[in-house]
Design a protein around this ligand. Structure first.
Ligand code: GUN
Ligand code: ZN
Length: 437
């Protein structure tokens, strides 16, 4: 059995840090050794105290290894429309998104974009993502087939949408139910794949379809449910026109039993007190998508308000409304959003959120998001001196907190030296740029 040891500085979190001096929240090893066997971490310790005989040692010094980044909301089918000029959400959906997603009727296109998407994730240090496909079941088949090839822990679902979309993108309540069920049977729990029941949002689903989504969730309670909530004023207004009996936007999902601990709700920017209370009570997850919220002018996520109310929070890129595949740029813009709200997020909290925090949001903290014996060997190797400006700034850095903040603020895919999925190098193995198949 092959044993690999990664040697580097290592940082992994045990819980949410309560400030930069909260050393009990994490383990930091100046000269660490991560032992990997058959895709799992089997030991973490000081290099000097680690048995290396018979092992293959990969020396990543002076870089920093963290658990692989986790993205809790991203649309792989929008990989070719990020950076599309639009005023706001509904215009962006109609102008670009609903055209783009029609291309996924073609399985070869889905396979090519899935491969490109996974290459991008690897280049940016992301090892798990809760992902939206298009309405085509084949888009999800292509996604999971590629995830399986790379042995990645990935979440995906077929978008359910039976109204307010072009004909070519509309399913029906019944066909969406049946297609989703078949995909769940095929992919949920196969290898490292997990399924998310995915009604796009209230506007594009009839009551019959949301009812079908609720039936699926109750039949398959291990699956996730992912959708959008409270992103934009026009979206909220139109949702309530289409569901006139609902008390508020969250009330629509509530009435179809779609809320709960496995429910991931993208955006959650504009919510009433009742809605915030309902999210906390149901243990649903509010997903912060800073680059998207800024790019589409959707608004400023109120992390403190949600946290104070006891709402679970995730962090995500939301490509292609979001403008970057990576968690580093996402953390940086998230930091700036919180600055505008007069809130702080210290660098330990940031990197906790991108790793263990997001693993907790997905209910997967026993498998991913930290580095310890028994955890899946999904890792990112970060270089704080990846560019001339970073090297110059590093000359004045004296603490780990400063280094992390520098990586978050100035770093991007160039700071990702390597990404490991189940112990295998992914970034150096990815073919970029990828030719058409
Ligand atoms: N609301 C419904 N669909 C979408 C989408 O694809 N992106 C974003 N940002 N919001 C949505
Ligand atoms: Zn989204």
């Amino acid at each position: 059995m092959e044993r690999t040891i990664l040697r580097a500085r290592v940082l992994t979190f045990h819980r949410t840090p309560q400030g930069v001096r909260d050393e009990g929240a994490y383990t930091y090893l100046e000269d660490g050794a991560i032992t990997i066997e058959e895709g799992l971490v089997t030991a973490l310790g000081d290099y000097a105290a680690t048995a290396t005989v018979g092992a293959r040692v990969v020396d990543h010094r002076p870089h920093l290894i963290l658990p692989g980044f986790i993205d809790t909301h991203v649309h792989y089918v929008q990989s070719q429309i990020l950076a599309s000029y639009a005023g706001s959400l509904l215009e962006w959906l109609e102008t670009y998104t609903f055209l783009e997603e029609q291309k996924f009727a073609e399985p070869d296109h889905a396979a090519r974009i899935a491969a490109c998407f996974f290459d991008e994730l690897a280049r940016h240090g992301t090892t798990t993502a809760a992902t939206y496909g298009s309405m085509h079941a084949a888009s999800v088949d292509a996604f999971f087939a590629e995830a399986e090839r790379r042995d990645l822990r990935m979440i995906c679902g077929k978008v359910m949408m039976d109204r307010e979309a072009p004909d070519a993108l509309r399913d029906t309540a019944q066909s969406a139910h049946d297609d989703s069920k078949a995909l769940i049977e095929r992919w949920h729990g196969r290898g490292r794949g997990l399924y998310a029941i995915t009604p796009r949002f209230a506007i594009t689903s009839t009551p019959a379809q949301l009812e079908a989504a609720g039936a699926l969730l109750s039949a398959y309670p291990d699956c996730y449910l992912q959708t959008h909530l409270g992103e934009n004023a026009a979206e909220i207004r139109y949702s309530l026109e289409l569901y006139p009996m609902a008390r508020d936007y969250t009330g629509i999902y509530e009435s179809f039993d779609l809320l709960g601990p496995k429910t991931l709700l993208g955006h959650c920017i504009h919510l009433t007190e009742r809605e915030v209370g309902l999210l906390a009570e149901t243990r649903s997850v509010a997903v912060f998508c800073p680059t998207s919220n800024l790019f589409l002018g959707s608004g400023l996520f109120d992390r403190t308000r949600l946290q104070t109310a006891g709402v679970r929070i995730g962090l995500a890129t939301d490509v292609g409304g979001g403008t970057n595949f990576g968690l580093l740029r996402t953390l940086d813009e998230g930091y700036k959003v919180l600055q505008l709200r007069g809130e702080r997020m210290d660098p330990f909290q940031s990197f906790h959120m991108a790793t263990r925090g997001n693993a907790e949001a997905l209910g997967l903290a026993d498998r991913i998001g930290s580095i310890a014996a028994g955890m899946e060997a999904d890792l990112v190797v970060l270089d704080a001196s990846a560019t001339p400006a970073m090297t110059l700034r590093m000359e004045t850095v004296t603490t780990l907190a400063e280094e992390l903040f520098l990586i978050q603020t100035l770093g991007d895919d160039r700071s990702v030296v390597e990404t490991y999925g189940a112990g295998r190098p992914l970034k150096s193995a990815s073919a970029f740029p990828r030719a058409s198949r």
